[in-house]
Design a binder for this molecule. Structure first.
Ligand code: SF4
Ligand code: SF4
Ligand code: FES
Length: 233
């Protein structure tokens, strides 16, 4: 298999080609590890769990954002590149700082009340998909407003915060919703790229719709005139 890697080094990208003796349908991570072990020990890429859990191994495979560890490829040639949207560091490694910087002001983390409280089954059912998020950053990497540097919280932020909304165990309650008004949920263009590319099926745009509806209902933001009237359902 001919493997083309778009590697970053000292301010520029270069394509480097490798001929790898590999058959079947290897994962992209297996290909990268074989290249590092057999052809290029200097190759830098990021991966930890090899099981779609740690969220560190996102790359572009033949132009599409994927997790390297759960994406299989076949054929004579594959192109592997660093993800778009994050600052490149070396070869396929990008900085994840932007993910954390973007989340910090939004208080996406769960703030439990004192004492032991049970997770209600209906809350668990409603938020299960959002809890599956592994912070891989792919949804932000394919979100047009974020790529165009629009002032918008982004799909990752809204997915993370959704799982805490209306959970009686969370001490921030209504303040959490009010705080969200600053992150311009209405700048989502509902292209569904985040739903399509999320490797965990978290459906960020679905939660964005819910959050936008709640913010409009409470009067924290104005409803867009051209919006679909989801509050009517
Ligand atoms: S919502 Fe999906 S794509 Fe976005 S960071 Fe979480 S797991 Fe990755
Ligand atoms: S649906 Fe909204 S949040 Fe998702 S990628 Fe498109 S603009 Fe971004
Ligand atoms: S190596 Fe952990 S998600 Fe791929």
């Amino acid at each position: 298999m001919r493997v083309k890697l778009r590697k970053y080094s000292e301010g520029k990208f270069n394509i480097q080609e490798y001929e790898l003796d590999i058959t079947g349908k290897p994962t992209v991570l297996e290909i990268l590890m074989r290249i590092k072990e057999e052809l290029d020990p200097s190759l830098a890429f990021r991966a930890m769990c090899r099981a779609s859990i740690c969220g560190t191994c996102a790359v572009k495979v033949n132009g599409q954002h994927k997790l390297a560890c759960n994406t299989r490829v076949e054929g004579e040639e594959v192109l592997i590149e660093p993800v778009d949207g994050f600052k490149p560091i070396r070869d396929l490694v990008v900085s994840h700082e932007e993910i954390y910087e973007r989340l910090k002001p939004s208080r996406v983390w769960f703030v439990p009340k004192d004492g032991n409280m049970k997770l209600l089954p209906e809350v668990q059912r409603r938020t299960a998909k959002a809890w599956d998020c592994i912070l891989c950053g792919i949804c932000n990497n394919v979100c047009p407003p974020l790529l165009e540097k629009v002032d918008f919280g982004g799909p990752l932020l809204f997915t993370r915060v959704y799982k805490t909304l209306d959970d009686p165990r969370d001490s921030l309650g209504e303040n959490r919703l009010e705080n969200l008004a600053a992150f311009n949920v209405q700048k989502c263009v509902h292209c569904s790229n985040c739903n399509l590319f999320c490797p965990k099926g978290c459906m960020p745009e679905k939660w964005i719709n819910v959050i936008e509806g709640k913010l409009v209902q409470k009067g924290y933001i104005q409803k867009k005139k051209e919006d679909f009237d989801f509050l009517g359902f």
